[in-house]
Design a protein around this ligand. Structure first.
Ligand SMILES: *[C@@H]1O[C@H](CO)[C@@H](O)[C@H](O)[C@H]1NC(C)=O
Ligand SMILES: *[C@@H]1O[C@H](CO)[C@@H](O)[C@H](O)[C@H]1NC(C)=O
Ligand SMILES: *[C@@H]1O[C@H](CO)[C@@H](O)[C@H](O)[C@H]1NC(C)=O
Ligand SMILES: *[C@@H]1O[C@H](CO)[C@@H](O)[C@H](O)[C@H]1NC(C)=O
Length: 402
């Protein structure tokens, strides 16, 4: 069963991690130059930092770290540091595009957020400086945030080790004041980390991906994997409208493979998929009935120059409507039938996948998507692939190459 394979894959992923989500696999770690061009994205959902470094405190000569940073992602963990084996820690992350810093020292937690949104896809210079009891964040050489913390506990920080991490944290995420999605599709370059020149340790089992030289906002599928949502985590069927609407916008003319698929967990069958047909180079829609004995795939081809399409599921029909660059005309196809069970199962939980069919390409005859989806809306709500319960590491959630 294809679905079983996916579920087993996800279980395998889970068993690689301890309960705090940290990888416990013991593999050879790769060394990473902290000053290089580093892609923190392309990861599965995990708090494990992309890379980490440990150094004796006695070797720290500088109190400043600075680096350039570029992202379209509104949320994720960027830079982390701790001493006393995680007793005293600091983290810088983005939430809603805005930088947020948090310090934990013993029982005390301090958090501060503010400043300009940084997720505009441009390179920004970030500088973190420890100034006595304050940590100061400068963005593009302007003082943007400052956070102070005084503790009467004796300062033991002259000995021991300092640990640094990028793209994750080394303490339990439960220590954060507010929950956060750690995945950050962003790149860092020109980093100077407390003037340490030692190479960093890469996380085992990560998929190293280069940074695209130029990016635009969107979700990029490299043709190697997909992102899967449980529909019970998305907006439910509006009782008044009684429909499900999925909108996909793209400016890509070279899409290849399955754009989306909807799968029933109960009957373990794909009920709907939109893909590019490799033979004709045209778009193809497949709608299956739930009852497999009645299953008659309805294949309909559309010109490929669409800029957006809607899939609309109602009790008595599935409609597919496209908008095209070349004409004002609005192509539409409606498949009549009894689809009320999709509406019912949607609220209970189905698998909505972008970039493929969960039961993998081999037996379903569909391939993983290659190309950029500019934006995806489900029930009118914009979808963030970082929120998927499974995302293949090859999928860039917030950036496409230009
Ligand atoms: C940083 O390191 C370089 C080379 O190791 C050294 O020349 C410089 O003085 C250091 N700067 C600080 C502030 O420690
Ligand atoms: C996506 O497509 C829909 C329908 O064509 C359109 O209304 C919407 O403005 C588009 N959104 C973006 C971000 O391009
Ligand atoms: C689409 O995929 C097919 C088969 O994998 C490949 O031959 C073709 O070159 C691809 N087309 C594009 C535009 O990437
Ligand atoms: C989807 O969500 C439902 C309801 O929360 C849950 O019962 C089901 O196990 C989930 N399915 C998967 C594959 O996680």
């Amino acid at each position: 069963m294809g679905l079983t394979r996916v579920v087993l894959g996800i279980l395998a992923l889970v068993t690689l991690c301890d309960p705090s989500g940290r990888l416990v696999v013991d593999a050879e770690t790769e060394k990473i130059d902290g000053g290089g061009l580093i892609n923190l994205g392309n990861r599965e959902r995990t708090w494990t930092p992309y890379m980490r470094l440990s150094s004796p405190l006695s070797e720290i000569q500088s109190i400043t770290s600075y680096f350039s940073f570029r992202t379209f992602d509104p949320e994720g963990a960027l830079f982390y540091g701790d001493t006393n084996n995680g007793e005293d820690w600091f983290v810088l992350f983005l939430r809603d595009g805005v930088p947020e810093m948090q310090i934990g020292k013993g029982d005390v937690l301090v958090s501060v957020a503010g400043g300009h949104k940084l997720n505009d896809g441009l390179w920004h210079k970030l500088e973190l400086q420890s100034q006595g009891k304050f940590v100061v964040l400068k963005v593009n050489d302007h003082r943007e945030l400052a956070m102070g913390l005084h503790s009467n506990e004796p300062d033991t920080q002259k000995e021991g080790f300092i640990r640094l991490a990028l793209g994750g944290i080394l303490v339990s995420e439960k220590k954060l004041l507010l929950p956060l999605n750690p995945l950050l599709d962003g790149c860092v370059k020109g980093g100077h980390w407390l003037n340490l020149s030692t190479p960093w340790d890469g996380t085992p089992a990560k998929t190293a991906m280069p940074c695209f030289p130029n990016i635009k906002a969107g979700s990029f599928f490299a043709g190697n994997g997909l992102a899967i949502f449980n529909t019970s985590d998305l907006l439910g069927v509006d009782p008044k409208e009684e429909r499900i609407i999925i909108t996909v916008n793209t400016s890509s003319t070279t899409l290849n493979g399955t754009i989306l698929s909807l799968q029933s967990l109960q009957s373990q069958s794909t009920v709907l998929s939109v893909a590019e047909d490799t033979d004709s180079g045209m778009m193809i829609l497949k709608v299956h009935k739930f009852d497999s004995t009645e299953s008659t795939p309805i294949n309909e081809k559309f010109d490929k120059d669409f800029i957006s399409f809607d899939v609309i599921v109602k009790k008595t029909s599935v409609a597919f409507e496209t908008k095209h660059v070349s004409s004002e005309s609005h192509l539409g196809l409606t498949v009549e039938g009894d689809y009320s069970s999709i509406l019912a199962e949607w609220n209970e939980g189905m698998l909505l996948a972008f970039g493929g069919v969960p039961e993998d390409g081999a037996d379903s005859g569909s391939d993983y998507l290659e190309g950029c989806l500019d934006s995806i809306f489900v029930q009118g709500q914009k979808i963030d692939l970082d929120q998927a319960f499974f995302k293949d590491a090859s999928v860039s959630s917030h950036s496409c190459p230009v």
